[in-house]
Design a protein around this ligand. Structure first.
Ligand code: OOG
Ligand code: MG
Length: 266
């Protein structure tokens, strides 16, 4: 900062304008909090909601929510030890087997995720993991493509919240199980880049159990006046650290019971 007041023109609308422009123009930028320290967590979630309102006004529909920074691996990498939520829209769904359109993204990274489809509405507060799991219709092995609008994925918690938790694309594999059919804390996943195993973890890495992440989403959304809806997708958060997706490179995620899902950068 220069000590001048040149940047006092920051407000919620400008935060949303700048992040929307970076996403549309496929460029990265410096953390907004460096210019606008007034961007606190509450304002950041307001900006995130406004960003999604604009996508909906432009014709997209909300298909669910994502959690971020629910595992130690992700928290350590990003230097932030608090989970967060973001919104998913239909434009973020990657059809099975479709290559990831790298030209539409800034610097995409892939991470393995356990994905829930909700069979009923789920509204906090007071939702436990056991209660949350009862609202799950099916469990899938999937991946998320994160694409922070901040240079080098460097941000504070309010920055990344305003940026809709770096959400960009997601997809899931062909296997759908009932949550009663497996112990998700023991569900193993192995991440392979171009045939080389780069990481492994189990579902316990996600808050002890991915249903804890689902409960966390229901409770934290309730504090902002939102509820999870029947039919929605919930991405419970990267189980391992994310890996960069490079042109021509293939990332495969193998789950012990939830099958294999493969992503290629094109
Ligand atoms: C923030 C989003 C984190 C996850 O699953 O932990 C996330 C980021 O790492 O850019 O999606
Ligand atoms: Mg994620």
């Amino acid at each position: 900062m220069t000590g001048t007041d040149a940047r006092t023109d920051w407000d919620l609308a400008r935060v949303v304008d700048e992040l929307a422009a970076a996403e549309a123009g496929r460029y990265d930028r410096t953390p907004i909090t460096e210019e606008f320290p007034g961007l606190d967590l509450a304002l950041a979630y307001e900006a995130q909601d406004e960003l999604i309102r604009r996508k909906v006004a432009a014709g997209q529909t909300i298909t669910g929510v994502k959690l971020g920074l629910t595992s130690r691996a992700k928290q350590r990498r990003m230097g932030i030890d608090a989970p967060l939520t973001g919104w998913l829209t239909d434009a973020m769904t990657l059809p099975a087997g479709a290559p990831v359109p790298l030209g539409e993204l800034i610097h995409p990274r892939v991470e393995p995720e356990i994905v829930f489809v909700l069979g009923e509405d789920l509204a906090g507060p007071g939702i436990t993991a056991a209660r949350a799991l009862r609202s799950v219709a099916s469990v899938h092995g999937g991946f998320e493509i994160i694409d922070s609008r901040y240079r080098d994925f460097r941000f504070t918690l309010p920055d990344v919240v305003a940026d809709n938790a770096s959400a960009a694309r997601w997809g899931s594999g062909p296997v759908a199980l009932s949550p009663a059919d497996l112990d998700l804390s023991l569900e193993a996943c192995l991440v392979e880049v171009d045939g080389e195993v780069v990481d492994t973890a189990t579902g316990a890495a996600v808050q002890g159990h991915p249903a804890e992440a689902l409960a966390l989403a229901a409770n934290s959304l309730a504090a902002r006046g939102h509820r999870l809806k029947a039919g929605w997708i919930v991405l419970t958060g990267g189980i391992t650290d994310a890996v960069f997706l490079r042109p021509g490179s293939t990332v495969s995620v193998h789950f012990s019971h939830l099958g294999t899902v493969t992503v290629t950068g094109a």
